[in-house]
Design a protein around this ligand. Sequence first.
Ligand code: ATP
Ligand code: MG
Length: 333
Amino acid sequence: MDTVTDPTRHRILTGDRPTGRLHLGHYFGTLQNRVRLQGIGVELYVVIADYQVLTDRDVADDLTGHVEELVLDYLAAGVDPARATIFTHSAVPALNQLLLPFLSLVSVAELGRNPTVKDEIAHSRQSAVSGLMFTYPVHQAADILFCKANLVPVGQDQLPHLELTRTIARRFNDRYGAGVFPEPEALLSKAPLLLGTDGTKMSKSRGNAITLAAGADETARLIKRAKTDTDRHISYDPAGRPEVSSLLLLAALCLDRTPSQVADGIGAAGSAALKKVVTEAVNEYLAPIRARRAEYARDRAHLRTVLREGNERARAVADTTLAEVRAAMNSHY
Ligand code: ATP
Ligand code: MG
């Protein structure tokens, strides 16, 4: 799946917007990889992208609550704050300052071509596109490069942003001095684009997600109303039957089998049988994560300590990188 043979040669940065609780798309798209690589000794940075909440809405509702929920999801999934750095954008000024030189390295035309940004503009709650929406992939380059991460476990929607980050790193190095920034690689999982209950990308903002925190009954209800098709014979065909295939993939990931094996087990029993298999698999898989989440939720002060310490560590790293950038740009006065 990836080529990490020497964990000390890698550093991971990845993150999520505090727009709601994490869901199965996050878990199987990126979170599981973060925890797995942390487990073999790769250094892990996780950004809670609070400034980027404002890309597609006017106001960030209940930001503190959403940030705490994300920390809870991370801890429950196995991110270990003793080894990993969990931080928020807004608490790390030197990271944000990298945005200015980075913006000078990309053209408006390049920004306008980004397919993920185009899709998000189409789903945005705003009538006009803000400058932040247009430029947030550059901000994301600052997230990744401030800590010189070279591996980024992400879902498929992030690939254009990763390409832009690589371009920015390359152009910065060409213009100001070789070797300041690495050119990071994306790490995709077996589920780079898990679909939600409506058959489009599972997303916090689209009301189609099964969250890690959902109860077993709620999970059953959500899966019951998931979009499928009328063919009673269940088969794995991602191009021809995307909704059925995404459900098969979800069960397969939980059961550690292949989607085709899961399909063979259901045969001609139809969508209802498929949904039953998926519900049981998801609930069983998530049970220990949900139990840990409930345990961590009892101590809110601990969540704030995790963030405070993560923010401190991230600030120190960002200050060092910014000093290096200023020296490279001859703006070290
Ligand atoms: P929002 O709707 O608020 O943008 P989101 O559900 O798209 O929320 P993000 O915080 O934008 O979540 O994404 C965080 C990370 O999770 C990214 O790496 C993204 O690629 C990954 N991810 C999100 N949704 C999915 C999905 N359905 N399948 C696979 N990966 C996903
Ligand atoms: Mg998103």
